[in-house]
Design a binder for this molecule. Structure first.
Ligand SMILES: C[S@@+](CC[C@H](N)C(=O)[O-])C[C@H]1O[C@@H](n2cnc3c(N)ncnc32)[C@H](O)[C@@H]1O
Length: 297
């Protein structure tokens, strides 16, 4: 939804723009060009590997490990959650910004990485953290969580219909060291689905489980809630614009509800913008994407 997002952001030279989930800089690259001259792009990501990818996209040069993420005079990349934007702005001595974009979830690079454990088609360590410098990896959380906690995560964040069978199996496997990789987790889900393990409405049966555990391990909804209710209102100038791309119905509901606070937000889109049929055909992963935007009152 690059075209739709850039349209919603209504960019002009001189604006200060935050890309709160810079990823591979697919959005940041055209944003950086649209706000020149005189603009400033601040790109954030919880994943240092994605910041290196972004720096490479923005400069056209491989990022030198250990060097600062400063691809150009008017672009700053910071290893930070979008929740910690106020601290980043304070460090940069930028009081408030004109636009903020957050594109939630994970990037194709993360999903396809054989080392991160995000994708059920990979054999990597079952980690799933965006920020590998803090928090517990998925396999460690599964080994110490109760069956009730695992069930709750599978239901709340994955709407998993077989959670009652799956949660005790995952707990027992993790505690006995048999849930070390993404492939182990995908096999466990398939064993519970048995003959029902064929593609469900076009998606692999493990899709929901991987999504649910990832959302929990990264406290994604806690970050989003704090960002929507406190951080974005505090950091945007009056008349500034927030655009959010979500992939999960729970996230979209949170954005919709936050934008109903008319003392804080104006001109919120009544309906979310969805990707075109053509885009869904080219990139099936984006079929659940929804874009909403609103203006800071
Ligand atoms: C869907 S991708 C963004 C793709 C990006 N818009 C692009 O065009 O390349 C989401 C990115 O957000 C990052 N992320 C997830 N939660 C975050 C958070 N709370 N703060 C900052 N980055 C986050 C992930 O590490 C990932 O790189």
């Amino acid at each position: 939804m690059l075209r739709e997002t850039l349209q919603a952001l209504d960019l002009k030279p001189g604006l200060i723009v935050v890309d709160g989930t810079v990823g591979a800089a697919g959005h940041s690259l055209p944003i950086s060009k649209a706000i020149r001259p005189g603009g400033l792009l601040i790109g954030l990501d919880r994943d240092q590997e994605m910041l290196a990818r972004a720096a490479q996209t923005l400069t056209g040069q491989p990022h030198q490990p250990g060097s600062a993420f400063r691809p150009a005079e008017d672009i700053v990349l910071e290893h930070s959650s979008y929740c910690d934007l106020p601290a980043v702005l304070e460090r940069l001595q930028v009081p408030k910004v004109d636009r903020i974009l957050v594109d939630l979830g994970l990037s194709s690079d993360q999903l396809e990485s054989s080392e991160r454990g995000f994708g059920f088609q990979t054999s990597g360590d079952l980690d799933m953290r965006f920020d590998r410098t803090r928090g517990a990896a998925a396999k460690d959380w599964l080994a110490q969580a109760t069956v009730a906690e695992i069930t709750n995560v599978l239901v709340e964040f994955g709407e998993e219909p077989h959670s009652a069978e799956l949660a005790p199996l995952l707990s027992q496997m993790a505690r006995s060291g048999k849930l070390e990789t993404a492939a182990n987790l995908a096999d466990a889900v398939l064993s519970v689905y048995g003959g029902r393990g064929a593609m469900q409405r076009g998606s692999h049966p493990a899709t929901r489980t991987f999504q649910a555990i990832r959302i929990h391990v990264n406290s994604e909804l806690t970050h989003l809630q704090r960002f929507l209710t406190t951080v974005a209102p505090e950091c945007l100038k009056p008349g500034g614009l927030l655009a959010v791309i979500s992939f999960h119905s729970v996230e979209d509901r949170m954005v919709k509800q936050a934008f109903q606070d008319t003392a804080t937000w104006q001109s919120a889109s009544a309906k979310p913008i969805a990707p075109s049929a053509l885009e869904c055909k080219v990139n099936p992963r984006c079929r659940s994407a929804k874009l909403r935007s609103a203006i800071r009152a």
